[in-house]
Design a binder for this molecule. Structure first.
Ligand code: ATP
Length: 199
């Protein structure tokens, strides 16, 4: 599995649709200060479901939408799509190639798509759980992040290792199961109350 391309449109400094294609080996993105290099990494974080605006270096989520320049009007939506080669089926889906798309409109509406079909953020997160590519993953290391990781609290460092080793999925499932169990316990209590009333 590897990242084949990133398509951005209306995202941060990328007003026009632009496609970054990646091939085998290492790819470097170079450019003057402020030209948008970090915006490319932000685009990948965002399409993987980043909800924390601070991580995207903005004040509100709408800040990711192209806000205009002297010569160009602001745009009404931002869209990012990443395409992964999945010939080795590291992503647990049948497709040989997987495209994940996220769109956000100024009105606040947003959507996620998996190979062109609308899906939930949860579906995308679950698909990437075991890969280390999730938005919490170590696959995108932002400026200053290494310093932060080194000085982080042990519990936070643990979360990073959990993601890297792919056990986050099981932790989430455990939490869901515990919640269901709790709900059922409450239901049982209620049934017992009713039974007592009837006796
Ligand atoms: P450096 O080398 O200094 O780290 P960089 O190449 O990584 O810079 P970025 O931080 O990716 O640059 O891009 C910053 C640029 O993106 C700024 O010029 C900023 O005005 C522009 N930008 C960010 N958000 C938007 C937006 N919503 N609309 C238009 N432009 C934006």
């Amino acid at each position: 599995m590897y990242l084949k391309s990133i398509e951005v449109q209306g995202f941060k400094s990328f007003a026009n649709k632009i496609v970054f294609e990646f091939h085998n080996g290492i790819t470097g993105i170079v450019g003057p200060n402020g030209s948008g290099k970090s915006n490319v990494a932000d685009a990948v974080r965002w399409v993987l479901g980043e909800q924390r605006v601070k991580q995207l270096r903005g004040g509100t989520m709408q800040d990711v939408i192209f806000s205009g320049t002297e010569n160009r009007k602001p745009l009404s939506f931002a869209s990012v799509a990443i395409t992964m080669d999945n010939a080795d089926h590291k992503l647990p889906v049948a497709y040989e190639e997987v495209t994940v798309t996220r769109r956000l409109y100024r009105s606040g509406e947003s959507e996620y798509l998996l190979n062109g079909t609308t899906c939930r953020l949860k579906d995308i997160q679950e698909m990437f759980y075991d890969t280390g590519i999730g938005k919490e993953g170590y696959s995108i290391i932002g400026q200053g992040q290494i310093d932060r990781i080194l000085s982080t609290r042990p519990e936070e460092a643990r979360e990073l290792f959990d993601e890297a080793t792919g056990i986050v999925k099981f932790k989430k499932r455990k939490k869901t199961a515990e919640k269901k169990l709790d709900d059922e316990k409450q239901n049982l209590l209620r049934v017992n109350d009713i039974l007592t009333e009837l006796e």
